[in-house]
Design a protein around this ligand. Structure first.
Ligand code: FAD
Length: 483
């Protein structure tokens, strides 16, 4: 890609406007003037160390009004911007491609209000997910979204990516849980749609465009969200299974027998567990090796009752030969350690160098075939092995089985064009043939910008472009990304 010459170059005069507006401590500047040499690199790179931008300016507005003034100025002066939350996104959407100004939301991090009867939480967009969830914990509530990056991701970023996470199976998607949004459009208009209503059928539901919009039509500054009551009983089982056929049977049984208390059903293959073990050296919870592992979590109101249900379920699936081996967590520490074998996968895979990540929705019966087909392809190409010259360390599959969402990850010693050539467009074609989605929950960002056509028709893409042009006619919002 080439830098779009329509965008202005940043000048000292621009920087002066912003620093006068936002005050001290609210800008990170490197390179615009000689004496400005802040450490700007963390804002230019992503979590996977795969994408790297060249911004010289990061702005940290402290209020919705400041966001509005910043955006209006950028729009009037044709300065391109990238909204940035916790920068934990996995598709390169939160970092600049060239010299776009980063608008980092970390200073807008207050909890605005909470209604203890309805469970409606209103927060600034820059509020960290874990901080909000800890606040809710004290009130007996839970945030309806949980994911491995909870300690750094922002709620605004979660909403902008329509993050799915570990408990979508139980609490549903943000498209349903988010009740209202406050956002700023590129021309500075503040969209105050911070409704707290559960039901509101008065015309188009425009907030939905910001949910999963990936910062391409405006900046989310506030979110109101419906939070469920926190379950006081949480139980976790970790299972070993001999085939993907059996994983599907176990999932059916779990839905039937655990029904209303089932809160997560996660899948991990033996390859992913092996790589986690090689990095952490922890002892695996189950003896012997099984091709597949599942983590089942239940959340309910009565620990004894839930435990009894889970024990009965486990007895049943083992007796029927669906599950080969399994353990039940005995306490909170063990729950955490079992979850570590699932939540630790993304971090451990990065240990060797680079990871090619694919986040896919696939009809459940064929979910794992993609991992097998990909492994075969990479093996045939002679790219996998333990030698230093073999770029691929492992082809692994894991993910949110309960939502038919597979994470196909190829861990490599370094990002390597030969590997990429084997994977793309192969993976996208494979998924498209089965009417799946090339992005189940991470979004498109920069990584998948060229592949949207595998999941969306020309008509749909045209409509998206029309919406983009309506909200952002100058195209300053997160350019070079998927739209
Ligand atoms: P960023 O990475 O900063 O930004 C993501 C996108 O949103 C960018 O396009 C950015 O421009 C835009 N954006 C950010 N804030 C705003 C705003 N206020 N207004 C408008 N646009 C904005 N994702 C899942 O869905 N499910 C998972 O289970 C999951 N697990 C993960 C585990 C790990 C270990 C890691 C590192 C990531 C995981 N992710 C997962 C991906 C990532 O955490 C989510 O996409 C998260 O929602 C991103 O939030 P963020 O604040 O870090 O956003």
């Amino acid at each position: 890609i080439k830098r779009d010459p329509r965008y202005a170059q940043l000048t000292e005069e621009h920087v002066k406007f912003f620093t006068d507006l936002l005050g001290e401590g609210s800008a990170v500047i490197d390179g615009v003037t000689k004496d400005a040499t802040d450490d700007i690199e963390p804002f230019n790179g992503d979590w996977m160390r795969k994408y790297k931008g060249h911004t010289k300016l990061v702005l940290k507005p402290g209020s919705t009004e400041e966001v509005s003034k910043v955006l209006k100025y950028c729009n009037d002066h044709m300065l391109a911007v990238v909204p940035q939350g916790g920068n934990s996104g996995l598709v390169g959407g939160s970092v600049p491609v060239f010299d776009e100004i980063v608008i980092n939301m970390s200073r807008m991090n207050e909890i605005r209000s909470f209604d203890e009867v309805s469970g409606t939480l209103v927060v600034d967009a820059g509020c960290i997910l874990e901080v909000a969830d800890n606040y809710l914990k004290e009130k007996g509530y839970i945030f309806p979204l949980d994911l491995g990056a909870k300690g750094s991701c922002h709620i605004g970023g979660n909403v902008a990516t329509n993050a799915g996470g570990l408990r979508l199976l139980r609490y549903g998607s943000l498209h349903g849980n988010v009740l209202g949004i406050e956002a700023v459009l590129p021309d500075g208009t503040i969209v105050d749609d911070l409704s707290k209503l559960r039901k509101n059928n008065t015309g188009y539901d425009l907030k939905q465009l910001f949910i999963g919009g990936e910062g391409t039509i405006g900046i989310i500054t506030g979110v109101s969200i419906l939070c469920p009551q926190r379950s006081n009983a949480v139980n976790v089982a970790f299972l070993g299974l001999e085939s993907f056929e059996k994983v599907q049977q176990a999932f059916r049984e779990a839905k039937g027998q655990l029904s209303e208390i089932l809160s997560a059903f996660e899948l991990m293959d033996s390859y992913s567990q092996d790589l986690v073990h090689r990095v952490t050296k922890n002892k695996h919870p189950l003896e012997g090796e099984h091709p597949f592992y599942c983590l089942i979590e239940t959340s309910g109101s009565n620990s004894e009752h839930d435990n009894e249900k889970l024990e009965k379920f486990l007895e049943y699936v083992m007796e029927k030969g669906i599950v080969a081996d399994g353990v039940l967590a005995q306490d909170a520490t063990q729950i955490k350690s079992l979850w570590g074998w699932r939540e630790g996968i993304p971090e451990c895979l990065g240990h060797w160098g680079g990871v090619y990540k694919y986040d896919l929705s696939i009809p459940i019966s064929e979910l794992y075939s993609l991992v097998e087909d990909t492994r075969e392809k990479i093996t045939k190409a002679g790219l996998i092995g333990d030698g230093d010259k073999d770029p691929v360390v492992g082809v692994v599959g894991y993910g949110h089985m309960g939502d038919s969402n597979l994470h196909l990850n190829v861990a490599t010693r370094t990002f390597d064009k030969r590997v990429e050539k084997e994977l793309e467009p192969f993976v996208y074609e494979w998924v498209s043939k089965r009417n799946g989605s090339i992005s189940a929950e991470h979004g498109l960002g920069l990584a998948k910008k060229n592949y949207i056509g595998y999941s969306r028709s020309e008509t749909m893409i045209k409509l998206m472009k029309q919406i983009k042009n309506l909200y952002d006619p100058n195209g300053i919002m997160n350019p070079y990304k998927y739209i």
